[in-house]
Design a protein. Structure first.
Length: 333
């Protein structure tokens, strides 16, 4: 301790050394988060099958609005995906059951490919069933990496870099032994640290720009990245469908399929949506291989549409399941 006490600006030196030595690990963690969210953004732009699912949803919306000016829409606001569950049939199933019956059975190859396309999205979401004293079992979802949290972490790192630079300048301004190892080594080490933070900021800014471009591509308003990820995960994997299963089935099938980070497959999705014979298939069939598809459906469902109409209360003919629209919902077709 006596030796340390005679080192000029000893405390400042230790702070700077600790920052420089710990920085590579922190940079690596942040870069991994940047890459995770970049893959999440890219999977939407690179998927050829996502537009087809949106076309199916659009076709159903147009059918429900048949006979009105709202039944010939070219697209719908992406935020409307969150309220499709408001239209239900006499058995309590919402309109998504009809959509995914069509999607998972008539377009099974494309459905499986879409599950593969959106794997980066699903890998960025953690799901777990928790016990609530009032509501019983609840499927809790959390997004592992978001733009907003990533930006906060990197901004804090930039502020820390600035503070440690001021400490370094204060130490160097004190003068002293020209052979001091701190004076000889730290300026170069600190310059390297500054470059690594600069590269991290550039990577973060690139992903932020990509995310903004993605929202513009969908003609979406300003949506936080957490809400964006949950919007799509809730569309395909609604929490209520898992939570309402019986205890044994949740433990044996739902939790392994949706809460353990496994890739999605058609059997598990059919089981989730209570489609015909899905439970038997899930137990007896092996996991499907990802097929190759030459189909590249166009993205009609992403065009801008007229503002804030509602579903029609009078479908032109009965659907399976028959939809009763006593409480029509506002959807921007």
């Amino acid at each position: 301790m006596w030796v340390l006490g005679h080192i000029p600006c000893c405390g400042l030196r230790l702070h700077v050394w600790e920052f420089v030595r710990s920085l590579p690990e922190r940079i690596q963690m942040c870069m991994e988060n940047v890459e995770v969210f970049e893959k999440t953004v890219d999977c939407f732009r690179e998927s050829d099958t996502l537009p087809l699912l949106l076309e199916v949803l659009l076709a159903i919306g147009n059918y429900l609005n048949g006979g009105t000016r709202l039944g010939q829409a070219d697209g719908f606001n992406v935020e409307a995906l969150a309220i499709f569950d408001s239209v239900r049939d006499q058995d309590g199933k919402d309109v998504r059951h009809l959509a995914f019956d069509v999607w998972l059975n008539r377009f099974s190859d494309q459905a499986l490919q879409l599950a593969r396309d959106l794997e980066p999205l699903f890998a960025n979401i953690s799901r777990a069933i928790i016990k609530d004293p009032d509501q019983g079992d609840i499927l809790d979802k959390s997004v592992r990496v978001t733009i907003e949290n990533m930006d906060q972490m990197i901004s804090a790192l930039q502020r820390e870099l600035k503070a440690k630079k001021e400490m370094l300048q204060e130490v160097l301004a004190q003068g002293g032994d020209p052979a001091d190892s701190f004076r000889l080594q730290m300026p170069k080490l600190f310059e390297k640290a500054k470059d690594s933070v600069h590269n991290l900021v550039e990577g973060k800014d690139r992903v932020v720009s990509k995310y903004s471009a993605l929202l513009a591509w969908f003609r979406a308003k300003d949506i936080k990245s957490k809400d964006w990820c949950l919007l799509w995960d809730d569309l395909l994997i609604p929490s209520s469908l898992i939570a309402k299963k019986d205890e044994r089935f949740k433990k044996d099938v739902m939790i392994p399929s949706f809460c353990r980070g496994k890739p999605l497959n058609l059997q598990s999705l059919r089981t989730l949506w209570d489609l015909e014979n899905s439970r038997l298939q899930l137990q007896m069939q092996p996991q499907e291989e990802c097929p190759t598809s030459d189909q590249s459906p166009s993205a009609h469902a992403q065009q801008e549409a007229s503002p804030q109409p509602e579903f029609s209360h009078k479908p032109r003919r009965s659907l399976r399941p028959t939809l009763t629209l006593d409480d029509a919902i506002p959807v921007a077709f």
